[in-house]
Design a protein around this ligand. Sequence first.
Ligand SMILES: Nc1ncnc2c1ncn2[C@@H]1O[C@H](COP(=O)(O)OP(=O)(O)OP(=O)(O)O)[C@@H](O)[C@H]1O
Ligand SMILES: [Mg+2]
Length: 350
Amino acid sequence: MTAIDLEQSSSIVFDAATKVYAGQPRPAVDNLSLTIEAGQLCCIVGPSGGGKTTTLLLVNRLVELTSGDIRIGEQSIHDIDPIALRRSIGYVIQQTGLFPHLTIAENIALIPQILNWDKARIRKRTNELLELVGLAPVETFAKRYPHELSGGQQQRVGIARALAANPPVMLMDEPFGALDPITRANIQDEFLSLKDEIGKTTIFITHDIDEAIKMGDKMAILQDGGVLAQYGTPEAILSHPANEFVERFVGEDRGLKLLTLRTLQRALEQATNRPVLMRRSEIQASNLPRIPETATMQAALSLALNSQSTAVIVTSENGLDAVELSVQRLVELGSTTTAPPKTSRARADA
Ligand SMILES: Nc1ncnc2c1ncn2[C@@H]1O[C@H](COP(=O)(O)OP(=O)(O)OP(=O)(O)O)[C@@H](O)[C@H]1O
Ligand SMILES: [Mg+2]
């Protein structure tokens, strides 16, 4: 029995993974096959009872497979000692699961302590993580007990604890569910940049389709009975839902959601006839609302609506060039049928 290499980012492969709980007539997870590439984040979405949590528990062997296999890197999870396996996987559970009799700092230090890190290193890491998840002043929060924190703050401690030993694999079960929209957006952004920096392979469960679209390199949509309805990039799923269930699940506004994935810059790059650059004097004379090309197509349409304008001015990154885009043109550029997925994410899906 070996452990996972803690320094190495690894792929996760589900190979016909099936779980039938004892006494249940049908599987909770049914013949699930998909590959999450090393360093990528896969969002699992689906209805309540659809087998999402079970899928996570199968990976760290808190629930054992009925049939099929799961591999981390090249290794089957059956060949890894379950305790070692769990130590090398960061796990954020649906209810925060903090130990009530331990302080926040002690909760975060659990795995580093088991791994015998020295005290100074543990303290440094704990402070670093508290700051990362926005629990400042660090000294105050470190000494408190879980019941002295709000639900959202406890959830952030849960995330810090899972990140503590810097595991190569993260399993996150609705980790941001109890956070207000602003904290949630901040922590989503922080997690995404952190993930890019340290290349963690992550399975992330959420009920929130918008969160899945924002966070996921890929999305796995589970149907009732733990059946995989579709697996692909958010862009591919939104533009080509595999069936009626997926279409209903992603929502009638999937066209609008797709616009959140595409920047003006990219839409303009892909346009067949690009709009002409405005002259300096035209830019100065115009009182149309302005938006940088790094903003999304959705932000541009929203700006037009909010300012009751029939067009917006899109400015280049250096602020020198600008083009005028009518709402009509924005709609054409954002049309789901004319714009094939072309992101690096989408290429990985091909
Ligand atoms: N220990 C268990 N024994 C028997 N059945 C179980 C057990 N745990 C879960 N189930 C059943 O398996 C199915 C999948 O449950 P699971 O918790 O994986 O769903 P979920 O997609 O995470 O749901 P939610 O969105 O509500 O968290 C459900 O029908 C559930 O009742
Ligand atoms: Mg669940």
